[in-house]
Design a protein. Structure first.
Length: 503
């Protein structure tokens, strides 16, 4: 019995399927370097923690204490601040823009993955026209052609060029996600520091109000003594100068508070005209004569912060994670550049129906098909691929340096805030003592002036010194709370690199 051979197109299809199976094995190859995270500098402990353990300075949380939460600002127990933070997440335009940038990065990843799959196309057409017979008296004939076909093409990823590009796009998407988290954290820190600065401005306004009333009384006393011929016009001028310069300082603080309020409005996505924060009701401590506020009470007992070890910082800072992911993306681009030196294989197939009779178009006699591979290899490009390869390598080296620099800056940021908290706490103690002595000097000089022992210049000098000391003390309050917020955010604010796992 004779063996019946299958049609030629079936034999060709079988060969092609066999070739495709072989290609499926070959496409496991990926040229270019596999990514390995480079080493970076670290230390077994923070320098300023060792210094603070001497017993004089800010207390560091023990390692077994509860770590920071994602809503780290809640440790300050300020309802107004909590509400502002909720608005930042929703309405801050910079965060909204960064979130849109992240969605762009994920869309680019989807586009990169699409190159792994075949491209399918389908089309149909119908044409009708006349053709002249060419001679005198010949009539024109009407021709009709109908066509329907479907085509497919696929470029197998023989050398991993597409997969390296997907790898790079995926790392870029994760880097963008980390950048979004870093911007969010930075915006939250800016809001907290600006908010506390505004609350300390409230304290300064209260301090100036109290001081101005005291200076007004002093001026009245001096004016009465001048009218009685006890003192000269010079004493009145000095008292007036001190009062009016203090009023000017109070106006300047009110200006600063208004601008801080405007800054907060923009941070929470509102126009300054539609936003306001009421000045807090503050009191004066009868014993110290200082302004008492929620911020001053908070700074007196700042919450402990679990600092951890330096090596953990690499997992807690979104900016470090972003720099590391950008480095991985740059490494994958080297593989893309290397794959360009190898030939590309394109497999295409098409089939359809073509005929003159549209109703009977989909019939076997009108069917046609084609299938086959095409191999392409650039022979000369004037150094284009060499240049692309060198550029990719240089870009990777640049990202490695930026990654390491980001880590160094992060360590510096933590150390700066640690030393600030320790030193500022000690400085505040001495400054509080200086305020007390300045208050004593004002009391003594005022009594001596009333007794006629000294001139008003001595009183004015001691009053100016007292005001300056109180202003410095409030400035230290602001620097302490700013350093505390800075430490929390420099440690990542409860962020963890595991959050990028599903990005």
């Amino acid at each position: 019995m004779n063996k019946i051979n299958p049609p030629i197109h079936l034999r060709t299809t079988k060969k092609l399927l066999g070739s495709l199976s072989l290609l499926a094995l070959i496409t496991g190859c990926m040229v270019g370097p596999d990514y390995v995270k480079p080493e970076s500098q670290s230390a077994p402990s923070y320098k300023e923690i060792d210094s603070s353990n001497s017993g004089d300075g800010w207390k560091i949380a023990e390692p077994n204490e509860e770590g920071m939460r994602s809503k780290w600002w809640e440790i300050y127990k300020d309802p107004a601040l909590n509400q502002l933070m909720d608005k930042v997440e929703i309405d801050n335009q910079n965060i909204i823009a960064a979130e849109a940038q992240y969605r762009q990065a994920t869309a680019l990843l989807t586009q990169a993955r699409a190159a792994l799959f075949p491209t399918l196309t389908a089309n149909g057409s119908a044409t009708r026209g006349t053709a002249s017979g060419g001679g005198i008296g010949n009539s024109s004939s009407v021709d009709q052609t109908s066509n329907a076909n479907i085509g497919a093409s696929w470029v197998p990823d023989l050398w991993g060029q597409v997969r390296r590009n997907v790898e790079s796009s995926g790392a870029n998407a994760q880097a963008t996600a980390a950048q979004l988290d870093a911007l969010r954290l930075s915006t939250q820190a800016t809001l907290a520091q600006t908010y506390f600065q505004l609350r300390i401005a409230d304290m300064q306004i209260k301090m100036y109000d109290t001081t101005i009333k005291t200076y007004e009384k002093s001026l009245q006393i001096t004016q009465n003594q001048y009218n009685a011929g006890i003192v000269t016009q010079l004493d009145v001028a000095q008292a007036s100068t001190l009062l009016e310069s203090t009023i000017a300082l109070a106006i300047d603080v009110s200006l600063s508070r208004a601008q801080l309020e405007h800054a907060i409005a923009v941070l929470v996505g509102q126009t300054p005209s539609s936003f306001s924060l009421k000045i807090q009701d503050l009191t004066i401590d009868p014993q110290t004569g200082l302004v008492v506020s929620p911020v001053s009470i908070l700074v007196a007992e700042l919450p402990d912060v679990p600092v951890g070890i330096p090596s953990a910082l690499l997992e807690r800072r979104p900016d470090i994670a972003s720099a590391e992911r950008q480095m991985a993306a740059a490494n994958a681009k080297i593989g893309v550049a290397v794959a360009a030196f190898y030939p590309n294989l394109t497999i295409s197939a098409s089939g359809g129906y073509q005929g003159a009779n549209l109703p009977n178009l989909l019939s076997m006699p009108l069917r046609y098909w084609s299938i086959g591979p095409a191999l392409a290899q650039p022979l000369f490009d004037g150094g284009l691929r060499i240049g692309a390869y060198r550029q990719a390598g240089a870009a990777y080296d640049q990202n490695v340096a930026l990654y390491r620099q980001t880590i160094l800056a992060a360590f510096q940021n933590v150390e700066d805030n640690l030393v600030a908290l320790r030193m500022l706490q000690s400085e505040s103690k001495y400054q509080a003592s200086a305020v007390k002595h300045a208050q004593d000097a004002v009391r003594i000089s005022t009594n001596q002036y009333k007794s006629g022992i000294i001139t008003y210049l001595n009183v004015a000098t001691s009053q100016a010194a007292e005001l300056s000391s109180e202003r410095t003390l409030m400035s230290l309050l602001n620097r302490q709370i700013a350093a505390h917020v800075g430490l929390i955010t420099s440690l990542g604010g409860g962020w963890d690199v595991k959050q990028l796992a599903n990005k």
